[in-house]
Design a protein around this ligand. Structure first.
Ligand code: NAP
Length: 357
């Protein structure tokens, strides 16, 4: 079967929402490499420090970048940035555990923000395709859900039906946002929606400092948080460059449609620690083994507010698997191994001084 080929020949600009983000940095880079004019929607274009890395890329690569001020919660905010664009890549959505009110801090920006961006698409005649960064979190809520999928492997047919505002709020924000996106897409017929559903994204960022929760997780591997051991929780992992490539292909392969699981290997947090110990030895307090589930259940909620008893019961010691065949077949994606991505990411955390050497 012939490989699906992206057609990057259009001269129309492309909008990237949340262009200051971790994943978005790599998407912008790839678009600039293809000579695209990137309309970068950011919360504060006057914050030169936050966009310096994007300016540096644009100076070296064939494409160009233009900044637009936009906030997910402001209606009509993306209209100006979208003008003239044929492809929209909607990556902006909070990915953080640093929240006090899950509705206000996660769900509203994710869901209202997605509706806002798509309402702008409805008003912008040039738009032909919208690529939304969803997540595997829109496909399943807890690892125990995987056992309910045929063959115990998640596919694009699966939807997260178990997350709630008071349980896995981030996953809830992602599934509600993706549902809102499909609802808007089905109510019109000018633009096509394609979603990318990545698992845990790993690899260095294009900016020196990063706020994505991915970095927090890798930081915790070396800062002593898990020096006594880690709960056995499996998850899919993928190199950030593969997720960025998936967005480009979803945007520019004519036949691309529907949802796409973008995930390479299934591992757990101990694996991340083992990869890092191979490289850094015992210089940092990487976990050396698993904590028993009963112990995590008992002390988890005291040690970490995200480790509720429900979270432990439904995620610790449950296998995780997802089928990435569609991403290979329809987007022509090939995956980088995740180990160098883990190392590069931890090195960036060290360079940023987030873990003491
Ligand atoms: P990130 O670096 O924190 O990026 C999030 C982006 O969203 C930032 O640019 C942020 O802008 C923007 N944003 C947040 N609230 C906003 C608002 N109210 N108005 C406008 N922009 C807002 O995280 P990331 O890991 O790259 O995540 C990017 C996307 O990938 C998200 O949709 C996330 O759910 C999805 N995803 C991530 C992973 C992962 O493992 N990292 C896995 C699956 C899916 P500021 O820079 O101004 O804060």
């Amino acid at each position: 079967m012939s490989q699906p080929t992206p057609d990057y020949s259009s001269k129309a600009p492309v909008l990237v929402t949340g262009a200051t983000g971790y994943l978005a940095g790599w998407i912008v880079k790839r678009l600039l490499e293809e000579g695209k004019t990137v309309h970068a929607a950011v919360r504060d274009p006057s914050n030169k420090q936050k966009i310096a890395h994007l300016d540096e890329m644009a100076a070296e690569l064939p494409g160009e970048i233009k900044y637009f001020k936009a906030d997910l919660l402001d209606e009509g905010s993306f209209d100006e940035a979208m003008a003239g664009c044929e492809v929209v890549m909607h990556t902006a959505s909070p990915f953080t555990s640093n929240i006090t009110d899950p509705q206000r801090d996660l769900v509203d920006p994710a869901v209202k923000g997605t509706r806002n961006v798509l309402q702008s698409a409805n008003r912008t005649d040039s738009v032909k395709r919208v690529v939304v960064t969803s997540s595997c979190a829109a496909i399943y809520g807890d690892a125990v859900d995987v056992s309910r999928s045929p063959g115990h492997v998640l596919t694009e047919e699966d939807w997260n039906t178990t997350s709630r505002l008071d349980h896995q709020a981030y996953a809830y924000s992602k599934v509600e946002a993706e549902k809102a996106a499909w609802e808007k897409a089905k109510a019109q017929d000018r633009w096509k929606l394609v979603t990318i559903n990545p698992s845990l994204i790993l690899g260095s960022g294009t900016a020196k400092t990063q706020t994505s929760e991915s970095f927090n997780l890798v930081k915790q591997a070396g800062d002593g948080t898990f020096k006594m051991g880690v709960p056995k929780m499996e998850i899919g992992m993928v190199d950030v460059r593969d997720v960025a490539e998936a967005h480009l292909r979803a945007g520019y392969i004519e036949a691309a449609e529907g949802r796409h699981i973008v995930s390479n290997d299934t591992h757990d947090f101990l694996y991340i620690c083992e990869v890092l110990r191979q490289k850094y030895g015992d210089k940092y307090p990487f976990a050396k083994g698993y904590l028993p589930k009963w112990l995590v259940w008992l002390i988890g909620p005291v040690a970490n507010k995200a480790l509720t008893r429900e979270m432990v019961a439904k995620n610790v010691d449950h296998p995780w698997a997802a089928d990435n065949t569609k991403s290979k077949r329809e987007l022509g994606l090939t995956y980088h191994p995740v180990e160098p991505a883990i190392e590069a990411m931890f090195q960036q955390v060290l360079d940023a001084g987030l873990v003491k050497k």
